[in-house]
Design a protein around this ligand. Structure first.
Ligand SMILES: [Zn+2]
Length: 361
């Protein structure tokens, strides 16, 4: 066993750093693949997602660990994956028999590189898993609040959000803002009009690794919502489903359900979860591991400022205005505080341990 030194484990500060460190650690731990896109980062760097398969190719049980569904959140997500790869390398984390691990590193590398939550098309990948052959979900509350959300006056915005909350309640307010909207590509929490690039990547990985034929513990790593440093295990399976029963059995009483109001997260349209729910057996489950930082109102303000910045195309990366917005994004989604980072690594290691124990129970 190696000593417990998470506080000295350094989190990547950029896409380039995340990529370089992940690749160095992943190289010895399995079959590594690059999934390149056509986009470029702020320094002209090419952007790719990576996946690494560790353990037997024909394992009947698979732990799937994804980062960067929400671009900027991938800085912390990548750190978690690196930490686990390092533990695999030094022997303090071993996969049980007949068990493999598939890590997907930075699903939305463009968002990580540009410190955004959405992808290059403005799509929130975690609202993009809807059936585009059918009419898209409507969000009338978003239409009411849209101008206030993207307007520059914080005072007007706070006033209108306050009025909306008084009339409809806090949950309705959060659904209006963050539940997902399919009408406004420049606005936040936009689900798109077609499957995003990373949606296709997920479907390809599911096919190529025949994941529908295996027992799965899927964990999607997120940050920015909930109490500071706490890793909430959020389950968006239906409350009375086999998936929820499995999540409770594996992760215990701390599991929360947006559908029953016990989570920091409200019910949302088009979650990545749904693509996985569709292929899972009763002994599998998908959870979001969400690490909180600052207040939800702060989360909204930080994201809205980023959307205002990008309203007229790509901003000058080096201008003071851009720097200020991006620094706020980084601070909210990956606080540079050893105590926050230590909590993140500790809880992530704990939840991964529970997932592996659950898979083999
Ligand atoms: Zn997220």
């Amino acid at each position: 066993m190696s000593a417990w030194h998470p506080s000295v484990f350094s989190f990547p500060a950029s896409y380039a750093e995340a990529r370089q460190r992940f690749l160095a650690l992943a190289a010895g731990q399995g079959v590594l693949r690059a999934h390149a896109g056509a986009e470029r980062g702020p320094d002209g760097e090419t952007l790719e997602s990576h996946s690494v398969w560790s353990g037997p190719e024909d394992a009947s049980r698979v732990l799937v660990l994804m980062s960067g569904t929400h671009g900027v959140e991938g800085l912390a997500g990548s750190a978690i994956q690196q930490y686990l790869l390092q533990q695999m390398a030094d022997g303090s984390l071993t996969l049980p028999p007949d068990c493999a691990c598939l890590m997907v590193h930075l699903l939305n590398p463009w968002g990580t590189a540009w410190l955004r939550r959405c992808d290059q098309q403005g799509i929130d990948l975690n609202r993009n898993f809807v059936d585009f052959r059918h009419p898209l979900p409507e969000n009338p509350g978003y239409n009411v609040l849209r101008d206030a959300l993207l307007g520059t006056s914080r005072e007007v915005r706070q006033q209108q959000l306050h009025t909306f909350e008084r009339q409809h309640g806090r949950t309705a307010l959060e659904i209006a803002i963050s539940g997902g909207q399919y009408t406004d590509p420049l606005g936040p929490f936009y689900g798109g009009q077609a499957p995003a690039a990373a949606n296709h990547l997920i479907q390809a990985l599911i096919q190529e690794h025949r994941l529908a034929t295996r027992q799965l513990a899927v964990i999607d790593l997120h940050t920015g919502l909930g109490p500071y440093g706490y890793g909430e295990v959020i389950c968006d399976h239906a409350p009375d489903s086999a998936g929820t029963a499995t999540a409770r059995r594996w992760y215990g009483d701390a599991v929360t359900l947006p559908a029953t109001g016990t989570s920091s997260s409200v019910p949302k349209a088009g979650l990545l979860d749904y693509a996985w729910h569709a292929i899972m057996d009763a002994q599998s489950c998908f959870v979001t591991l969400e690490f909180g930082s600052f207040a939800t109102d702060t989360l909204f303000e930080v994201i809205l400022a980023d959307h205002r910045l990008h309203q007229h195309g790509m901003p000058d990366w080096h201008s003071p205005a851009t720097r200020a917005v991006k620094q706020a994004m980084r601070h909210h989604f990956c606080p540079d505080a050893p105590q926050w980072r230590e909590l993140v690594l500790f809880r992530a290691r704990q939840v991964v341990g529970l997932a592996l124990a659950g898979l083999t129970s």
